[in-house]
Design a protein around this ligand. Structure first.
Ligand code: IPM
Ligand code: MN
Length: 356
């Protein structure tokens, strides 16, 4: 039997609850498809930091590096000052494991409510490829005369030829493989950020020559925000930098039905490398322990993980189960309004996996 080593990081807040449901779905897939998953759990997160004082030990990082893939619940704790867990856990994992792609599908599944008027599943079906290791997130910059009236704060966007090229190349490959509109939109700001986006633009059109079957397209990030609301059907695959990708994927999450359903993957697509999949919603502390949070984002993260592992059939079975539970059982994607509890939604997904 095929066996995969999977790291499990339930994390904080509602993370453990949604990961529990995701693992139930994974177990059902294992039974239905005859694939074995060997799970290793790590208690990384705010709780551990407050209890033991450590964040992401090197030993954990090297074990994660050796995993076929990992599943993360959420990192974020009301008792920890903002910035610590984000930089020392989330960003550290992305950077140290060189997970240079943040893949975020924006897909409206049938039956899910979208706030966009007159738009349906046939209109909202695209994927954002967000660069995940550079840009404004690189942590380059500093203060001058900190704490004085003349203080200066500089935050630089770092864009390397290698980092930009590998991201753009992945996006072209992905767009070709996805085989829908075969259109790759570069989302930038060439009119104002004339160094960074000049590099992105040059590399984009250079790499495009190798993909004559993929249509090229460029739009400024502000216009992209407008089109995502007005004409989301324009988009097939969007490639962008770390900061713009962060912003437009929250907008994307809202038009696909909210954080309850939005999944993503931090991926190193190079051979033999690893990836970490996560619901993009965060730890939602106010819902923790109430059985009200939507587990589908975490379950869809498992679906993305299966695709990354090359288990397309299993991923399809899981997606069909998710579609069924949305169609037949759920009232809403929003926490507390689903018509079922967190565990019950998980149970239904399991049921539909085992009896399609
Ligand atoms: C995300 C999050 C993170 C980011 C934060 C928590 C560091 O917003 O995954 O989109 O900005 O990348
Ligand atoms: Mn974000």
């Amino acid at each position: 039997m095929k066996t995969y080593n999977i790291g499990v990081l339930p994390g904080d807040g509602t993370g453990p609850e949604v990961v529990a449901e995701a693992l139930k779905a994974l177990k059902a897939i294992s039974d239905a498809e005859g694939i074995e998953f060997h799970l290793t759990r790590y208690d990384i997160g705010g709780e551990r930091y407050l209890a033991k004082g450590d964040l992401l030990p090197d030993s954990v990082l090297s074990e994660l590096r050796a995993m076929d893939a990992s599943l993360l619940g959420a990192i974020g704790h009301p008792g920890v000052r903002p910035g610590i867990l984000e930089t020392e856990i989330l960003l550290k994992m992305r950077f140290e494991l060189d997970l240079y792609i943040n893949l975020r599908p924006v897909v409206l599944l049938p039956g899910v409510y979208t706030p966009l008027k007159d738009k349906g599943p046939e209109d909202i079906d695209f994927v954002v490829v967000r660069e995940n290791t550079e840009g404004l997130y690189a942590g380059s910059g500093g203060f001058l005369r900190k704490g004085t009236a003349g203080e200066v704060a500089v935050q630089e966007s770092v864009n390397t030829r290698k980092g930009v090229e590998r991201c753009i190349r992945y996006a072209f490959e992905y767009c070709r493989r996805r085989n829908r509109q075969k259109k790759l939109t570069l989302c930038g700001k060439t009119n104002v950020l004339t160094y960074a986006w000049n590099l992105w633009e040059r590399v984009y059109y250079e790499v495009a020559k190798e993909y004559p079957d993929v249509k090229t397209d460029y739009a400024h990030v502000d216009a992209i925000c407008m089109w995502m609301v007005k004409n989301p059907e324009f988009f097939d695959v969007i490639v962008t930098d770390n900061m713009f990708g962060d912003v437009i994927t929250d907008l994307g999450a809202m038009i696909q039905g909210g954080m309850g359903i939005a999944a993503g993957g931090n991926i190193n697509p190079d051979p033999g490398q690893t990836a970490i999949f996560e619901p993009i919603g965060g730890s939602a502390p106010k819902y923790a322990g109430t059985n009200r949070i939507n587990p589908l984002a975490a379950i869809c993260s498992v679906q993305m993980m299966l695709e990354f592992l090359g288990e397309a059939t299993a991923a399809g079975v899981l997606l069909d189960a998710v579609k069924k539970v949305i169609r037949d059982d759920m009232k809403s994607m929003d926490a507390g309004r689903m018509g079922h509890g967190t565990r019950e939604v998980g149970d239904l997904v399991v049921k539909y996996i085992l009896e399609p």
